[in-house]
Design a protein around this ligand. Structure first.
Ligand code: PRP
Ligand code: URA
Length: 209
């Protein structure tokens, strides 16, 4: 079973603490999420397939490592996923990008889909689904299900914060999908929010509350 990878790098943990603070303003939050996603992206891409190519440096010929295979796909769960997507694209500018529009019904916490657009030939591509929050996991489970229905097979999920309840539900639904996160928090509250968490990621990112 793929494990949960917690990225405990000091820079990730430092930036996460500043994002958690309730007084951190929107612009700062957005910048920190982008910076953090570079570091999470580094971790989630560490087993991308490498081949070699014969090249010439100014001094000699060598067989040098290069990524091989079909281009990586990032799939962002709208809207807060876009906060992670930006940094991931800084790291892998040639990646393809998909978007899945989902919002949580505030009463039932069920994920409601309003948009779906992903690149073709998903079966042959490494896929990274991104969303800062894994709370009940209803959104992530639904998103990964849709990606699988569209042909995706080699899928990883990256978030900033995960609740233990969300990890359990996600693993039950998608035991083949590795989770990479910056932290696992204590629990969910009665409204399905991660505690201590950082609040509503979309609102913090875009200043909508
Ligand atoms: C947030 C977050 C996740 C979801 C996580 O999105 O970005 O997508 O909640 O919760 P879950 O694990 O319980 O499904 P939200 O529904 O608030 O939509 P938004 O990104 O458009 O603000
Ligand atoms: N979605 C968020 O944005 N924050 C939470 O704590 C839970 C779900």
């Amino acid at each position: 079973m793929p494990e949960v990878t917690v990225v405990d790098h000091p820079l990730v943990q430092h930036k996460l603490t500043i994002m958690r603070r309730k007084e951190t303003p929107t612009g700062k939050f957005r910048q920190l999420l982008r910076e953090t996603s570079l570091l999470l992206g580094y971790e989630v891409t560490r087993d991308l397939p490498l081949g070699t190519q014969r090249i010439e440096t100014p001094l000699a010929e060598m067989d040098a490592p290069l990524l091989e295979g079909k281009k990586l796909v990032f799939i962002s769960i709208l809207r807060a996923g876009n906060g992670l997507l930006e940094g991931m694209l800084d790291l892998v500018p040639s990646a393809r990008v998909g978007h899945i529009g989902l919002y949580r019904d505030p009463r039932t916490l069920i994920a409601v889909e309003y948009y779906f657009k992903v690149p073709d030939e998903l079966a042959d591509r490494p896929i990274v689904v991104v969303d800062p929050m894994l709370a009940t996991a209803n959104s992530a489970v639904a998103a990964v299900q849709r990606v699988k229905e569209a042909g995706g097979r080699h899928i990883k999920f990256v978030c900033l914060l995960a609740a233990p309840e969300g990890i359990a539900a996600f693993h039950e639904a998608h035991p083949d999908v590795q989770i990479v996160t910056a932290a696992i928090d204590e629990r969910l509250n009665e409204h399905g929010y991660i505690v201590p968490g950082l609040g509503d990621a979309g609102d913090r990112l875009y200043g909508t509350k």
